[in-house]
Design a binder for this molecule. Structure first.
Ligand code: SAH
Length: 204
């Protein structure tokens, strides 16, 4: 599937019906989701692989991975409502994904998820709850040798320091997140936020 086609398909994924600010529920826009997925596909990290999406929300990344030929895909989100929408989206796009309602901080989750080849995620940036991204990074490193994650532009140094000895950043792709007005504290209809997609490789 071509990148443009993937992007158009992912445009059909429905977003959050009533997004919760405390959980930083922002759906990844289709162009950015397609970019992450396509990049991972070209690196050989999607096709035939076991893929896990942490904080899967309404499912755009997980569903995209299934469409691109992952062997199996699991998504995890703490919000049951988001998981319900994700299942409806997967059905709409004929994607085979298992979504689990769980908190990434749940210590039994690595066992529930099992080992994954690749984690893809767009975790909370920690704008509402400081360090909200950390349990996502920790869980990702414990379940997969390769991780693709979207972060605020300028996070590379923090991620590098935070994962020292556990993982290393081996690629960095810049992008923009065109965020629609979602919460009352947003002052513009669309705000473009600089982001970076990092590929992390776990240290053996
Ligand atoms: N991956 C989706 C959603 C990104 S928004 C997408 O790309 O569109 C971040 C998601 O993380 C939200 O769906 C939110 O419910 C979820 N989340 C926030 N804190 C969480 C936690 N502690 N455990 C699991 N999911 C969490």
């Amino acid at each position: 599937m071509k990148l443009k086609r993937l992007e158009m398909t992912l445009q059909r994924v429905a977003g959050f019906s009533s997004p919760r600010p405390a959980l930083e529920q922002y759906q990844t826009p289709a162009p950015l989701a397609a970019r992450l997925l396509y990049h991972a596909l070209m690196k050989g990290d999607i096709e035939g692989k076991v893929v896990c999406d942490l904080g899967s929300g309404t499912g755009v990344l997980a569903i995209g991975a299934a469409i691109l030929g992952a062997a199996s895909v699991k998504g995890v989100d703490v919000d049951k409502k988001a998981v319900d929408i994700a299942y409806a989206n997967a059905e709409l796009l004929d994607a085979d994904v298992k979504f689990i309602v769980a908190d990434v901080k749940d210590q039994t989750l690595p066992e529930v998820l099992g080992l994954c080849d690749t984690v893809i995620m767009n975790p909370p940036f920690g704008a509402q709850k400081v360090h909200a991204d950390r349990p996502f990074i920790d869980l990702a490193i414990s379940v997969a040798p390769v991780i693709y994650s979207i972060f605020n532009a300028g996070s590379t140094q923090f991620i590098k320091t935070y994962t020292t000895g556990r993982a290393e950043i081996d690629e960095r792709v810049g992008g923009v997140f065109a965020m629609k007005r979602t919460f009352f504290f947003h002052t513009q209809d669309i705000q473009e936020i600089g982001v970076e997609i990092l590929r992390l490789k776990r240290k053996k």
